[in-house]
Write a new protein. Structure first.
Length: 293
């Protein structure tokens, strides 16, 4: 279903020039307005979805003020050439312009569910509920002007172009950083020697993770990550690879039956032994043994 923003407005002294120019992308709808203003224009706005209001141009003269309720103090645009206001979903905003003749602005309505999904959970959901009024960001302004260009373009570019602009604005607005994978520390040399030695001595048994962690003085979770950082594989996989290597040695160098080898290697029965060996080598023990003769 296409995202359709909804906003209730009460305006006084505004006259839209040329009508609304709108463009919709995945997760964002952009509304571009060019407005003539009376000497004392005002408005009240409340949107169902969070939105970012950006003044593109027109504040060369006069004053522009906003507030979040009728009794609060006005926040002015003094010193901010292109003020921006982020307004959370359902939060009303009052505006008042004095001696401003014309203003051009773009409203970006965000579909939070879609955008959070695209960012893979890296969004601070708390920040989405907090308003930011009368701030400015040259990077967002540059992107907003490009989006405004797409709103007026009779032959717009591929939707991915607009989507990339919209996603970039969202990332800048909420300071969404790339997820950095924490580099796991390795086991100390003595820890690795103790663990691998223990596994070599007990290769025919299923060694529990807690046993190995106790040898190093680490928690199970810490040990598992450190062991993988040191060897490139989890403890269980390392142990199973060792068991398979020892079994291969017995298949090549002894005359034991497959049933006896399965018993020596700690398997419950030959069927279990055959299944595990085949998973790791691609061959049954008998086929592997024949292939090496």
């Amino acid at each position: 279903m296409t995202f359709q923003p909804q906003m209730n407005t009460k305006i006084n002294g505004f006259s839209v020039v040329g009508g609304l120019q709108q463009r919709a992308w995945d997760g964002v709808v952009a509304d571009l307005f060019s407005v003539n203003c009376a000497s004392d224009a005002s408005g009240q706005y409340e949107a169902r979805d969070p939105r970012l209001f950006i003044v593109l141009d027109g504040l060369n003269t006069g004053t522009f003020n906003v507030r979040l309720d009728p009794q609060s103090k006005d926040l002015g645009s003094d010193g901010v050439a292109n003020p921006m206001c982020y307004v959370p979903a359902g939060m009303p905003l009052w505006s008042r312009l004095r001696e401003v003749k014309h203003i051009r602005h773009i409203d970006l309505h965000f579909n939070v569910k879609t955008l959070v999904k695209r960012f893979g959970g890296e969004v601070d959901l708390g920040a989405i509920t907090r308003p930011r009024l009368m701030f400015s960001d040259p990077r967002i302004l540059a992107l907003a002007n490009l989006m405004a260009g797409e709103c007026t373009n009779p032959d717009p570019l591929h939707p991915l172009y607009g989507e990339s602009l919209a996603i970039s604005v969202f990332a800048l607005l909420f300071d969404i950083k790339a997820k950095t994978e924490r580099k796991r520390s390795k086991l100390a040399p003595w820890q690795l020697r103790r663990v691998t030695g223990y596994l070599n001595d007990n290769w025919m048994h299923a060694v529990r993770l807690q046993e190995l962690a106790d040898l190093t003085g680490l928690s199970q979770s810490h040990f598992s990550h450190a062991f993988k950082a040191s060897t490139g594989m989890p403890p269980h996989q390392w142990q199973m690879s060792l068991r398979i290597r020892r079994i291969e040695e017995m298949l090549l160098r002894t005359g034991h039956s497959l049933n006896h080898i399965a018993e020596l290697a700690g398997f419950a029965d030959q069927a279990h032994f055959t299944r595990v060996f085949r998973q790791h080598t691609g061959l049954t023990p008998a086929a592997w043994q024949r292939s090496r003769k």
